[in-house]
Write a protein that binds this ligand. Structure first.
Ligand SMILES: [Zn+2]
Length: 210
């Protein structure tokens, strides 16, 4: 069984949701570098203090710093983990390989038209941030959050032009990453069509047969 997993997929591919499921089912830690950074800044760790300087200046936090954060976190995840949204580039993947052997890179493959369709159907809660999809995961009552009754709205980065621009960047950066894991024989391509349950079932099938 794989315990050290990287989950790859374009924005809107349902990465976060699938990561949650895997973690709940197998007791893995869900590692998001965005969360790690926010946590480090909030608690004022030495790395958090350094990261904050870059963030305050509006700069990207350098890879070395993010890798250090990931390294510290991985040491605390003996039951395994799923990395969600990291690595994003070939350089990050190589750096990650130096601190930890990854067992599997699950790649959610979704075609661009489907992603655009999904993202423009996304609605977020103004109050609690919960995310819905009008097609796959609609709220029980139109325009209202199931969890807190807050108002649902369409985020500005969920409009078509923005989604297409992000897809382009994703493809350019991620293709080398996919070849990197492919050449190591640990890439699991999942055709991520359909709803959340169907995609999860495909992931499980692939994991069991590998
Ligand atoms: Zn809500």
């Amino acid at each position: 069984m794989f315990t050290r997993i990287v989950l790859l997929g374009p924005p809107g591919s349902g990465k976060g949701t699938q990561t949650e499921r895997l973690c709940t089912e197998f007791g893995f830690a869900h590692i998001s570098t965005g969360d790690l950074l926010r946590e480090a800044v909030r608690t004022g760790t030495p790395l958090g203090i350094k990261a904050k300087r870059f963030m305050d200046a509006g700069d990207l936090v350098p890879d070395e710093l993010v890798i250090e954060l990931v390294k510290l976190k991985l040491a605390k995840c003996p039951r395994g983990f799923v990395l969600d949204g990291f690595p994003r580039t070939l350089e990050q993947a190589k750096a990650l390989q130096k601190i930890c052997m990854i067992d599997a890179a699950i790649n959610l493959e979704v075609n661009e038209e489907e992603i655009v369709g999904r993202m423009i159907n996304r609605r977020s809660c103004r109050n609690c941030g919960a995310v819905y999809n009008l097609e796959f995961n609609p709220p029980k009552k139109g325009g209202v959050c199931d969890k807190c009754g807050g108002e649902l709205y369409q985020r500005s980065d969920d409009v078509e032009e923005t989604v297409r621009a992000r897809m382009k960047v994703y493809k350019e950066r991620t293709l080398p990453l996919i070849s990197f894991y492919g050449s190591r024989g640990i890439l699991l391509n999942i055709e991520a069509r359909g709803g959340i349950d169907e995609v999860y079932r495909k992931i499980m099938e692939k994991i069991r047969s590998s």
